[in-house]
Design a protein around this ligand. Structure first.
Ligand code: PNS
Length: 172
């Protein structure tokens, strides 16, 4: 096992379609814990995203701006290979409920098998965000529900610009 590097770089990977306040809470915690935190979007995602990678990167950049040691990036291919290419030794993932655990454990152990020198670190977001997911935010918003407080205001504005006019009137 290699020794702790003088400066610890962590990758916080995900789809971020779009970033929620739960993700942002984890960014804040990660920024306090690691020397550099790279929030990185998977490019070749099989899920059909609402926002393009470029739009998601723009939204991320807007909200991580206050954190000097946080940067935004995107990646293709295996996460651990990307992490190694960025000299990162930590993968940061958020766990909300037990239901997240099984999938996260599988990924963490597979990533460890692929590159044992890279460690996955799990963090819990504030419990106030434990029920938020990008998928539910999009569904509720698309059906005219109120999502204020669940995503950053700049993200809500982008969602609003995507929502059909009829739904917008219902939401007001
Ligand atoms: O936010 P998500 O969609 O749950 O993030 C999943 C993500 C991007 C972390 C995962 O799908 C991933 O790492 N994909 C990259 C391809 C890869 O390395 N696959 C093997 C994972 S064990």
């Amino acid at each position: 096992m290699p020794p702790k590097p003088p400066s610890v770089i962590a990758i916080y990977p995900g789809s971020f379609d779009p970033i929620t306040n739960g993700h942002l809470d984890l960014v804040q915690r990660g920024a306090r814990m690691f020397d550099t935190l790279i929030v990185s979007i998977l490019r070749n995602d099989s899920k059909l995203p609402l926002f393009s990678v470029e739009e998601r990167m723009d939204m991320l950049r807007e909200v991580v701006d206050p954190y000097a040691n946080v940067e935004v990036d995107c990646f293709d291919g295996l996460l651990v290979d990307y992490a190694a290419a960025r000299s990162a030794t930590v993968l940061l993932r958020g766990i909300r409920a037990i239901s997240d655990y099984e999938y996260e454990l599988q990924m963490a152990l597979m990533n460890r098998r692929l590159r044992p020198e890279i460690e996955t670190v799990f963090m819990m977001a504030n419990e106030a965000y434990s029920f938020i997911s990008s998928r539910l935010v999009k569904e509720v918003f698309g059906l005219g529900g109120n999502i204020s407080g669940l995503v950053p205001p700049s993200v809500e504005a982008r969602l609003r610009s995507r929502m059909p006019k009829t739904r917008q009137r219902e939401a007001e």
